[in-house]
Design a protein around this ligand. Sequence first.
Ligand SMILES: [Zn+2]
Length: 157
Amino acid sequence: MRSDKLTNPKIDFYITNLIFAEIRNASDRYLLQLLIDASEISLMSPSVSSLEYVKSLALKMGNLNDLSDADLSVLALALDIKQEREVEIWSGDFDIQNVCTSLNIKYYDLLKRSITEKRSFIWRCTACKAVFQKKMDHCPECGNITFHRIVKQRSSI
Ligand SMILES: [Zn+2]
């Protein structure tokens, strides 16, 4: 995969510790470690306050269930970096992109997949139809264990 952005010397690259830990492919890991050792990529962790903020925002938007701790670390680190400079998240994950729209963080996907609108979601119990902000192990109303994620609100981006 080639991109002008990949060879642009003016761009600084960051990766979070949790994302790095998720990379299982040995050759990918090795290559990434070389880039980190050469200071081409900075390995960082987000601040606790940004992480808490991103979690509460993702909960409000209905994206929290579909974001891993690693995904949340990317959003939180971007929020930290954004205090000082412009930042862009490289991800094809639609839940990450959706939260980016609320953080005013740009996103970029190497495969050019991107969301076309901002959405907020709620979870509806498939049995009693009660709705919740996040998916739970059991519906507190009826004990059912299956939920559907439904779009609560759409807005253009
Ligand atoms: Zn229920």
